[in-house]
Design a protein around this ligand. Structure first.
Ligand code: FNR
Length: 417
């Protein structure tokens, strides 16, 4: 209602309302490498497309005369009540989109009371984001996303900082021990982390800084081995030595080198989760799980929830659409908290995800586009639009609350039959 009234009063929106228009406008305004990095997917981008197609294959069967006069869009997750069933997915290197970067997105989430999942690859340290959030709304919900690094001391330090920042949950992303094969980045010769972008959590970390102090600042050549990150090497080939030096000067080549050497532990197995479980009392949410067998491993490891995700189609091309994976995982783990991401764009998508077993959803690229167009104002507007779209779609489908949708209150029909 408020959105329609503002329109009638002649207030111009800061961002396009429809997702397709928002994405098109962001493409026009962003540099080609920044847009390619944000919009792109892995390899043939078939999973990127499959995520959307999976939502298109389900249809809502709306019910009439169900008394939808009073509505509640809130959800309870890990003992907290949040006003909407969607949150901001972690996105690295947001300064590519806008100078307000993570701080702008976090402030908009705080104003709306929805969780912002702060990325390990953020452009601003988590302390800057959470201070800005507390200035908007003290104690506003925030989660931290961890890329589990090689160094145990660095992992412990990042977790301790997330706890000190008042995070409500620790999200551990499992699907990125190596960066996926991303043609757009390779063609445009662009990978933000090689430019020192998105390293703020590390360069502000006392343990990472002590590792840096031990690194000899001797060479201008990137210390990237093919075995470590094959596609990082392919990307680096696009930079002649002098360009590489110019790019990394000012960002600290040593930090880039140390980051590449330390950021992931490809040798992790399910057995390692016991170590993590002992180190934090925060709820642990594993991000990037697509298999119901893995969901059962997670339950056995005492994990609190999953983000069912294929990283927005950026890691395994040809991977199952996350909505299809959700259905299998919900059947295998009826009581586990499940958040779905990858491909959620509209209120109807959120309704469908909830009806198919998600407790909530996370959304990535759309808020990055809103940030690109209008900073925190754009993200706030995008959150308000998405909340209104969801509430209207839920009510017009015949349900009053997320709990009702989850309990079978919205009938879906599969168009694939
Ligand atoms: C991501 N994603 C991501 N995930 C994560 O755990 N840590 C990160 O730093 C990032 N960085 C990142 C950057 C960009 C530009 C994108 C598009 C995505 C994945 C993200 O959290 C989420 O899984 C997907 O974005 C969800 O898909 P949609 O909503 O973008 O389709």
């Amino acid at each position: 209602q408020a959105i329609y009234s503002a329109g009638l009063a002649g207030r111009r929106p800061a961002i396009p309302v429809a997702h397709t228009a928002l994405a098109a406008e962001a493409e026009r305004r962003l540099s080609a490498p920044a847009h390619g990095y944000i919009a792109g997917g892995a390899s043939g981008e078939t999973t990127l497309a499959a995520n959307r197609a999976a939502f298109g294959a389900w249809h809502i069967v709306p019910r009439m005369l169900t008394d939808i006069a009073h509505r509640d869009t809130g959800v309870s997750l890990f003992g907290h009540r949040y006003p909407q069933p969607f949150m901001l997915a972690p996105i690295g290197a947001l300064e590519l989109a806008h100078h307000e970067a993570d701080v702008g997105a976090a402030r908009a989430a705080a104003a709306a009371g929805i969780p912002a999942i702060l990325s390990s690859q953020a452009s601003r340290p988590m302390e800057a984001c959470t201070a800005a959030m507390d200035a908007v709304a003290p104690g506003a919900p925030r989660w931290f996303q961890l890329y589990w690094p090689k160094s145990d001391a660095l992992a412990e330090s990042l977790i301790a900082r997330a706890e000190a920042c008042g995070c409500d949950a620790l999200v551990v992303t499992l699907d990125t021990p190596l960066l996926g094969w991303r043609p757009r980045d390779l063609e445009l010769g662009h990978l933000p982390f090689l430019r020192g972008q998105g390293l703020a959590q590390y360069t502000h970390d006392p343990v990472f800084r002590s590792m840096l102090a031990d690194t000899p600042a001797d060479s201008n050549r990137p210390p990237i081995t093919p075995r470590l990150l094959a596609n990082v090497l392919a990307c680096a080939r696009h930079y002649p030595g002098s360009t590489w030096r110019a790019l990394t000067r000012g960002h600290g080549l040593a930090a880039v080198r140390q980051f590449v050497a330390t950021y992931s532990r490809p040798d992790l197995t399910w057995a390692d989760l016991a170590w993590l479980r002992e180190r934090t009392r925060l709820p642990i949410v594993l991000k990037g799980v697509l298999s119901s067998t893995d969901a059962q491993h997670a339950v056995a490891a005492g994990i609190d929830g999953l983000i069912v995700s294929n990283h927005g189609g950026r890691q395994v091309d040809g991977a199952i659409a996350s909505l299809d994976a959700l259905i299998d995982i919900r059947a295998a783990a009826p009581d586990l908290t499940l958040i779905l991401d990858s491909g959620v764009r509209t209120g109807a998508d959120i309704v469908k995800a909830l009806a198919l077993g998600a407790d909530a959803v996370a959304i990535g690229r759309p808020y990055a586009y809103a940030l690109a167009l209008a900073g925190a104002t754009g993200v706030a507007e995008w959150i308000a639009n998405t909340a209104a779209d969801f509430e209207l779609t839920m009510a017009l489908a015949g349900a009053r609350s997320v709990e009702e949708i989850r309990a079978g209150g919205v009938e879906l029909r599969s168009g694939r039959r």
